[in-house]
Design a protein around this ligand. Structure first.
Ligand SMILES: [Mg+2]
Length: 405
């Protein structure tokens, strides 16, 4: 089997409302690039990457010289063709390779009439549990769906819990002063005493502020304490002073960092991202290292549509040591580009796809509609806040948004 072409289409799909985070916001939509890898046997595989536009489409087009004629089953060879570690000093293609790996696995599964999880060792669970992902939100175009006050946050959490069945809640923080976010976090704990909580301010806090915040929530039903501060050394200092497992999706995102973390422990739970790590297979390999050293594993979300969500489900299905609910932004989207519409949650979990390959298909009409919407709206700066045009954060930050504004 040979790869004959690769197509990339950037789309934008609306969110219920703009999602705020420590660096800015998702401005009411996600921008993703969908790829289609074609073969000489008429089988097409799908992949997805975050961000997009002309540059992403051209980046994939530029990989044709590496891909055309390559057998999609020869994934390990392809990794070295595209992601040779020393060549990558000049040209880091990890995220591009991840999208191509998804498509190649999709092709393999379709050719063999097997779901991807069967190619990856076989599933050990039928559903993957997810955490609610609570964001402070700006009002949407209708002036609705704002999450800013403590009561709005509690209401939002209850709405998501009732609708999807979540029993683990992750608060994305780093937007307001830590004292205000502490009040919010404690209010969530009081409102949902049976449920587990995670706090993730995207490394916005200083080490000292992280220790203060962490010690103030130690007695609550915490799942883990995610990236309170920046850097392995900062996280190590926090970990030495706070009795909550630490977690990261920022300072351990490759094998070099994983090794460094194991040799001098800073982070207890590694959030694996099928894009950041360079594919589902790299995540499984990292999960194996974590299993050996008895580190925790969870699944990170970098803002997925259905194709990427499928990669997260196949990953979650085959990793035995997944002791934490996965993260997904998925329920903040109003639609998806896959056939059948958005995948559904039941009791806070999503069923692992059982069809051949990734087990999802692209809805051509929706792909065209959301590609058109992208052409209309363009990209947005992820690290800017539309409500504070002049603002940018420091790390650690001290330029917090005003919860009364
Ligand atoms: Mg995070």
């Amino acid at each position: 089997m040979k790869i004959t072409d690769i197509k990339a289409t950037t789309v934008t799909v609306p969110l219920t409302a703009p999602l705020r985070h420590s660096n800015g916001a998702h401005w009411g939509r996600f921008v993703r690039t969908i790829i289609e890898v074609e073969t000489d046997e008429g089988i097409t595989g799908y992949g997805e990457m975050g961000g997009g536009g002309e540059s992403a489409e051209l980046a994939f087009a530029g990989l044709k010289r590496y891909l055309l004629g390559h057998n999609p089953f020869q994934l390990e060879e392809l990794r070295f063709k595209i992601c040779n570690p020393t060549a990558s000093l000049y040209n880091n293609r990890t995220q591009l390779f991840a999208a191509i790996e998804f498509a190649c696995l999709d092709i393999m599964g379709k050719k063999l009439n097997l779901p991807v999880h069967q190619l990856l060792g076989g599933k050990v669970r039928d559903q993957v549990p997810f955490a609610s992902y609570l964001f402070y939100r700006l009002p949407n175009e209708k002036g609705e769906a704002e999450v800013r006050t403590v009561q709005q946050l509690i209401d939002h959490c209850r709405e998501l819990k009732n609708q999807y069945g979540f029993t683990v809640h992750k608060l994305k923080g780093g937007v307001f002063h830590p004292d205000y976010e502490l009040e919010c976090y404690k209010a969530l704990a009081a409102a949902f005493p049976q449920d587990k909580l995670r706090y993730d301010p995207n490394a916005a806090l200083s080490v000292e502020e992280s220790i203060r915040f962490g010690q103030a929530i130690e007695h609550l039903n915490n799942d883990y304490y995610e990236d309170p501060t920046w850097g392995l050394n900062g996280m190590r200092r926090v970990r030495s002073m706070v009795r909550i497992p630490t977690a990261t999706n920022t300072v351990v995102v490759n094998f070099e960092q994983l090794a460094a973390n194991i040799l001098d422990l800073s982070v207890d739970v590694i959030l694996l991202d099928t894009t950041f790590w360079g594919g589902i297979r790299a995540c499984i390999k990292a999960a194996g290292v974590c299993e050996t050293f008895q580190l925790g594993v969870a699944v990170h979300s970098s803002g997925e549509l259905g194709i990427q969500l499928a990669t997260m489900l196949h990953l979650g299905a085959v990793v035995p040591n997944l002791a934490h609910a996965a993260d997904a932004h998925y329920h903040h989207l109003v639609d998806d580009i896959i056939v059948g519409g958005k995948m559904t949650y039941e009791n806070g979990a999503i069923q692992v796809p059982e069809g051949p390959g990734l087990g999802i298909d692209i809805d051509r009409d929706k792909l065209a509609r959301y590609a058109e919407l992208y052409r209309e709206l363009g990209g947005y700066p992820y690290d800017r806040d539309p409500s504070r045009p002049e603002w940018f954060p420091l790390v650690p930050n001290d330029r917090w948004a005003d919860p009364n504004a």
